[in-house]
Design a protein around this ligand. Structure first.
Ligand code: ADP
Ligand code: MG
Length: 361
């Protein structure tokens, strides 16, 4: 049992949640507290345990161990419909033989709400999601975006304590997806909804979330705001999964305060300690420095940077113009391979401390 201090003020608490299938540990020791009105994303690659976690919260999958609390109540063994959650499924799972109105009214009828109240409540939801006028249509007569909004309306209509969304935008085309996620975020904030949003798309998670839970192989790698996970990734996995990054691997040369100095084949680099490297990293331990592309300045090789660290020489192999940015594929030039005859560039970090040094990786 959890003490009050763990559940107090939290709308949803997951405590050491675990799910084992015959051969797979799908979810392992997942712990999380979600505040009222917060939108938290579960982000990670396919198969990392996002859906299993969500379905355990909803009550469709029984945890092997651990517990789930909603508004201070242990719901771990409760039937799904007694949990005060509502789910939006990836494929929407609308009832094909029911009209838009009846799809949205479904949860209210199950709760035995009187008909006149159902009519006004469903009407409100259809207005809110800009589905007015479509109430008599069947799901097959709707566009993908409209079906998606019906699925959201059907979940919202019962005023759940916690809304659960499993990749709700993945069936929409890219443009509609970006617009819809803004709409969803606006709605969630306006209504003060508590929501768990599952996605494998890091940009989507960053755009929509108060906090992001980055998952890998059934475990939580990091929980933090979009800024946290981007600027201070706790692990190499998070660094690679969230946004583009350049990784420079080498060995620890020393530590100065909160900085770590690395010797790499491309030069000496310095960055802040991150992740599990709270203790002073041992000299010569393998370590990597992760640098975000926007922190790198590219110059011609004869420019005087005035920097003695964080300058790397390389040879441009491919240059791809992408509109707002240019993608450069650069081969590092070591002292030996470096030849004045090759077209070379100098990469210098614009900040004296680039993103993140993960010692001991
Ligand atoms: N019903 C099941 N039986 C056996 N293994 C399952 C079942 N559901 C999910 N898994 C496995 O659990 C892991 C996590 O799956 P899932 O939660 O669906 O991942 P995600 O939603 O992140 O893609 C995967 O390895 C998957 O194959
Ligand atoms: Mg899934």
């Amino acid at each position: 049992m959890l003490g009050d201090s763990r559940t107090e003020g939290a709308e949803l608490v997951l405590d050491q949640l675990r799910k084992a299938y015959d051969r797979t540990l799908a979810v392992e020791d997942v712990g999380l507290q979600v505040r009222r009105g917060e939108l938290v994303s579960l982000l990670g690659p396919s198969g990392c345990g996002k859906t299993t976690t969500l379905r355990m919260i909803a009550g469709f999958v029984e945890p092997t161990s651990g517990s789930i609390w909603i508004r201070g109540r242990d719901v771990t063994r409760l039937e799904p419909y007694k949990r005060d959650t509502a789910m939006v499924f990836q494929n929407y799972a609308l009832f094909p033989h029911l009209t838009v109105f009846d799809n949205v009214a479904f949860g209210l009828r199950r709760r035995r709400m009187p008909s006149p109240n159902i009519r006004s409540r469903v009407g409100e939801m259809l207005e809110l999601l800009e589905l007015g006028g479509l109430e008599r249509r069947y799901p097959r007569q709707l566009s993908g975006g409209q079906q998606q909004r019906v699925a959201v309306a059907r979940a919202l209509v019962v005023s759940p304590s916690v809304m659960l969304l499993d990749e709700p935008l993945s069936n929409l085309d890219a443009k509609l997806r970006a617009g819809t996620r803004v709409e969803l975020r606006r709605l969630q904030q306006e209504l003060g909804l508590t929501a768990i949003f599952v996605t494998h798309d890091q940009e989507e998670a960053m755009a929509i979330s108060d906090r992001i839970v980055v998952m890998n192989r059934g475990r939580i790698e990091q929980v933090g705001s979009a800024r946290d996970v981007y600027l201070a990734p706790a692990t190499q996995f998070v660094a690679n999964f969230i946004g583009a990054s350049n990784t420079f691997s080498g060995t620890v040369a020393g530590a100065e305060g909160d900085s770590v100095v690395l010797h790499t084949p491309m030069g000496t680099l310095r960055g802040p300690r991150a992740g599990s490297a709270n203790k002073t990293p041992a000299a010569d331990a393998p370590a990597s420095l992760i640098v975000r592309p926007e922190e790198i300045r590219v110059s011609s090789p004869d420019v005087e940077t005035g920097l003695d660290t964080n300058v790397v020489r390389g040879v441009v192999q491919v240059s791809s113009y992408l509109g707002a940015t240019v993608d450069l594929s650069v081969r590092g030039a070591t002292a030996r391979s470096f030849s004045r005859a090759e077209p070379i560039m100098l990469l210098a970090c614009t900040r004296s401390e680039p993103t993140s040094a993960c010692a001991g990786l």
